[in-house]
Design a protein around this ligand. Structure first.
Ligand SMILES: [Zn+2]
Length: 385
């Protein structure tokens, strides 16, 4: 910078500062608004607040319900990739009063009729609970002859009970109450990857996996143009968990426990959600692998993936900085991701046409990290060397 330019810059800064200072003085002189507004009745404000909490809760319930529905076939189809991180899955969740924060408890009671006993919610239409005749709102009384826990701490206790009582493929009797009448339902759980998919707040177009869970932001739900694109995002995160990317990364060294698919490239601020996340989270290779495995999970789930690559063209429109790659970037750039998805879809289509199993291609020198599943593909450590 030349001295002149430097001086000009300093001058401009000084002038802007003094202008701001003058504005501050002006504001100080007339700090109060001058218009007369309607007096608001405190009782009405409280009433409106309660109404808005119901609206907010209802919207969250709808969003989580969508996530659960889209995730279900992926979580069950991904089992061969998940090694021993699988669980008996029902395609339903249970909540009671205790599931809500104090602020939203009244809204939960009013909107969903929850009380002390667990109630069915987020029912997946093709899941085991629905197949056995369970309906949303059913009150859970017993599982396999054991009373369902109620009241405070019921959520945790019920999780433990279900873990102990259920096994994939083995029918269990669920006693529920609906409209005052008790019913016995024979529920045969599916096997699924133990990777619950949960909604998190925030406008950032984002999704994360922490090795055990998958998180999707409301911003991402708004961004995806269809359940098909949402499936691509969820399958990508399930793949991170299934392929032990978090563990690999931890072993390789240094960083926070939660990563996200977009923050590093797009500079999305996630600090409001999970504190200061390490931006440098997954390597390009792991990101590319998660995209690759995601398409195999979708194919095995029977979820159509044609046009799924378009997600990355729309992402490029939203965040043009994603188009530029480079050696320093931690994530593959959007053009690479678009083309790699198209190529993988061709690979899968060719296997389908030839009647070959939908098994990903592994490097010949890949190190086996998990015992191969009897009827599925091997889960390997890609290349953390
Ligand atoms: Zn990722």
């Amino acid at each position: 910078m030349t001295p002149v330019a430097h001086f000009a810059g300093a001058f401009a800064t000084a002038r802007r500062l003094s202008a701001l200072f003058a504005l501050a003085l002006l504001l100080a002189g007339c700090a109060a608004p001058t218009t007369r507004r309607a007096d608001l009745d405190d009782a009405l404000v409280r009433e409106e607040a309660a109404r808005q909490r119901e609206i907010a809760l209802s919207s969250q319930v709808e969003a989580q319900g969508r996530l659960s529905r889209v995730a279900y076939p992926l979580i069950t189809a991904a089992v061969p990739f998940c090694g021993d991180k699988t669980t008996a899955t029902l395609g339903v969740s249970f909540i009671n009063r205790d599931s809500f924060t104090k602020e939203f408890r009244d809204a939960g009671v009013k909107l969903l009729g929850v009380g002390e006993a667990p109630r069915a919610i987020f029912l997946v239409p093709e899941g085991p609970a629905a197949r056995a005749g369970m309906a949303e709102g059913d009150v859970l009384l017993q599982v396999a002859g054991r009373d369902a826990p109620t009241g405070e701490g019921a959520g945790k206790a019920l999780g433990k009970l279900l873990d102990e009582a259920l096994e994939p493929g083995v029918p269990a009797v669920f006693k529920v109450r609906r409209d005052g009448a008790e019913r016995l339902l024979d529920v045969t759980p599916d096997a699924g990857c133990d990777s619950p998919v949960a909604l998190v707040g925030g406008d950032a177009v984002n999704a994360y996996a922490d090795g055990e869970n998958v998180f999707v932001t409301r911003g991402m739900l708004r961004f995806v143009d269809s359940d098909r694109e949402l499936a691509l995002v969820i399958a990508h995160e399930i793949a991170h968990n299934a392929m032990l990317h978090v563990e690999s990364q931890r072993r390789n060294a240094m960083f926070g426990s939660i990563f996200d698919i977009l923050a590093a490239v797009y500079g999305v601020n996630t600090s409001g959600l999970f504190g200061n996340l390490a931006a440098q989270t997954y390597s390009k290779e792991f990101e590319a692998e998660a995209d690759y495995i995601a398409l195999y999970i979708m194919a095995r789930a029977g979820v159509p993936a044609d046009n799924a690559a378009n997600f990355w063209r729309r992402m490029a429109a939203e965040h043009p900085s994603s188009i530029r790659g480079g050696l320093m970037a931690s994530h593959p750039a959007s053009p690479e991701r678009f083309l790699a998805i198209e190529k993988t879809l061709e690979e899968i289509a060719a296997k389908r046409a030839a009647g070959r199993p939908l098994e990903p291609e592994y490097k010949p020198d890949a190190i086996l990290r998990r015992e191969p599943a009897a009827d599925g593909p091997r889960t390997l450590n890609p290349s953390p060397r």
